[in-house]
Design a protein around this ligand. Structure first.
Ligand code: FES
Ligand SMILES: [Fe+2]
Length: 454
């Protein structure tokens, strides 16, 4: 197992060693020291509205059931029968009167308490159904903020409210975009596996430069398509997906106009970059105008203006949740192994908004994160190839040719406040900052991950 000093030596101000992406022992430590210690996103309240509803989630290395209990509260239960360890539920979500183990029928209440076993007379006299050792083990904390559920395994650390505070305005804005102030998760969930480390997903999400190169095959086709339509602006501008793909081909220096901010606890934001008529923040199509009217009726013109003006493309809630506030999309990446990650993506219906707004959200989700996306498939394929190259190692016996460089715009950061730094979208500040946070958890240099990139 690597020592704190070894880990520290592998995270330098401008580069990290590739072993941090490939070593299974380091992956196991991450599950313990990061995912085992911090708040992790566990779902949305609208996925389990009634007592008896449940969702099944992966929290770090643990398979967990989030259950709506009889009193309307939430319980996080280890998905493991107290008898002989069978997984209690196999589906992503469902509804139960009580949880019944599929192996030998032990039955548990919605809060995880054992309520019955078949043939109880077969057990020793001392066997007591009431004994808490026979309950499904409970996650220490399951709490929600404005409908977003988070869980934490330990008692140590900041409250959920404190943990989310630096990034809270992203979650608030996402909910405030509903005229009724509520979101409902709607439609299915896209689930994809890529053959790469979980951390490359964070790094890629806040990487302005890559879009012009990695997604070129997509945006070149759109530009050709536009040319073929001979300047018919209406036709060329009418498709949301085409405009999303085309936006990746904006001139490289323009990415610096999207501000990136790194925040305490490893959270981060990246500004928007959509400028074409169908996808820019302020649109003039009838759906958007009808939506704006509903928003103004609820919030007034000034507040509506403020809500709609917040233009952020990605917000990272460390360690593994990325939200898009405008199109109300959530992307959750769940580490399976050092070289394997599941990506789950879903969207919301903003309650009280016209259907057309929800349809735009669905189009955003399918264009960006479906298995047939012309964008994310480039990324996933690249992650797999990157992982293979890193696992193969270099030629130098001392590993000196196995470093990953993050030096772009090192030193160009602007300090917005004592805890917030800002830079343009072509910088690698965010990657450097994320690694400082990572080291804080892993080597114990900043247990709460509060340090910013120096
Ligand atoms: S393993 Fe669950 S009842 Fe036997
Ligand atoms: Fe990408």
């Amino acid at each position: 197992m690597p020592t704190a000093d070894e880990l520290t030596a592998m995270v330098q101000p401008d580069r990290v060693h590739q072993r941090l992406y490939t070593d299974p022992a380091i992956f196991d430590l991450e599950m313990e020291r990061i995912f085992g210690k911090t708040w992790i996103f566990a779902g949305h309240e609208s996925q389990l509205p009634k007592p008896g509803d449940y969702i099944r989630v992966r929290l770090g290395a643990k398979d967990v059931i989030i259950s709506r209990t009889d009193d309307g509260g939430l319980a996080g239960l280890l998905n493991r029968c107290a008898h002989r360890g069978a997984a209690m539920v196999g589906t992503a979500r469902g509804h139960v009167k009580r949880f019944e183990c599929p192996y030998h029928g032990w039955a548990y209440a919605r809060d995880g308490k054992l309520v019955g076993v078949p043939l109880p007379q077969g057990y020793p006299e001392s066997f007591d159904v009431e004994d808490p050792r026979w309950s499904l083990p409970r996650v220490a904390h399951v709490e929600s903020y404005r409908g977003f559920i988070f869980a934490r395994f330990t008692n140590e650390g900041p409250s959920l409210r404190t943990y989310l505070e630096p990034i809270r305005d992203s979650l608030d804005n996402m909910v405030d975009r509903s005229p009724d102030g509520a979101l409902v998760q709607a439609g299915g969930v896209f689930q994809q596996v890529y053959n790469g480390n979980w951390k490359v997903h964070i790094e890629n999400t806040f990487d302005g430069i890559h879009a012009g190169f990695l997604h070129r095959s997509g945006w070149l086709i759109v530009k050709e398509w536009e040319k073929a339509h001979g300047g018919d602006a209406e036709k060329a501008n009418s498709d949301q997906m085409l405009q999303m793909i085309k936006a990746n081909g904006q001139p490289l220096p323009q990415w610096d106009e999207s501000e990136m901010r790194v925040l305490p606890y490893g959270h981060a934001t990246m500004g928007g970059f959509y400028r074409d008529p169908k996808i820019r923040p302020e649109r003039d199509d009838p759906t958007f105008q009808a939506y704006r009217k509903l928003m103004e009726a609820r919030y007034g013109a000034d507040r509506t203006g403020e809500i709609l003006a917040l233009d952020r493309f990605n917000s990272l809630i460390y360690p593994n949740l990325i939200v898009n506030i405008r199109f109300q999309q959530i992307r959750l990446f769940e580490p399976l192994a050092a070289d394997r990650t599941v990506l789950r993506a879903f969207t919301f219906r903003p309650v009280g908004a016209p259907d057309g707004i929800f349809h735009q959200n669905v189009r955003f989700l399918t264009s960006l994160n479906s298995p047939s996306s012309m964008i994310s498939q480039d990324d996933h394929d690249l992650f797999g190839r990157m992982q293979k190259a890193m696992a193969a190692g270099g030629f130098a016996a001392d590993g000196s040719d196995e470093w990953i460089d993050f030096s772009r715009k090192l030193g160009a950061e602007r300090r917005v406040s004592p805890t917030v730094q800002s830079v343009g979208g072509t910088s690698e500040l965010m990657q450097r900052a994320t690694w400082r946070t990572w080291l804080g958890y892993m080597a114990g240099t900043a247990p709460e991950g509060l340090r910013l990139a120096s």
